[in-house]
Design a protein. Sequence first.
Length: 189
Amino acid sequence: MRVFVADKKYVKEDFRTQRLAKGDYENCHFEDCLFQEGFLDNQNFVECRFVNCDLTNVNIANTQFNDVVFEACKLMGIHFETCDPLLLTLQFKKCNLSLASFYEMDMPNTRFENCKLHQVDFTMTKLMACLFPECDMKGALFEGADLGRADFTSAVNFNIDPTKNNIKKAIFSQSGLIGLLKKYDIAVE
C-alpha cells in the first residue's frame, strides 16, 4: 500500500533498518537522515529537499525525482540512470557524488554546485546547458556526452576529450583549457 505524504519534515531519521514507506512525497524535507545501502526504489519525490543526508549506494530504481534538491549530501555510488526519467529535475549543492553514474541520462540545465564529482560516469549523458560551478571532477568520465552550452568556468580537474564529446558553445576558463588538451600530452605554461 502506497502512502501520500505532503509538507512533512524528517530530521535525524535512520532509514537503513526501517525503510521509508513506499509512496508519493510532496514538498517534504529530509535533514540529517541516513539511507546508505538502503532502498528508495519505486518512490515519487516532488519538490523535496534532502539536506546533509547520507544516501551512499542507495537503490533508486524506478524512483521519480521531480524538482528535487540535494544539499551537502553523500550520494556516492548511486546509479541515477536506474531512476524514472519522467519529469526528472535535480539540483546538487555541496554534495559528494563520487563514483555515481548518470550513464545515458537526459539532464539538461542541471546544476552541480560546489560538488565533488570524482570518477562520476557521464558516458553518453545529455548535459546541455548544465552548470558546474566550483566542482572537482577528478577522474570523471566523459565519453559521447553532449556538453553543449555547459559551463565549466570554475570547475577543476576535468579531462574532456573534444573529439569524443560535443562541447559546442560550452564555456571554459582560460586556466581550464588544460582539461581539454590532456589527451595531447602537451604542456601549457
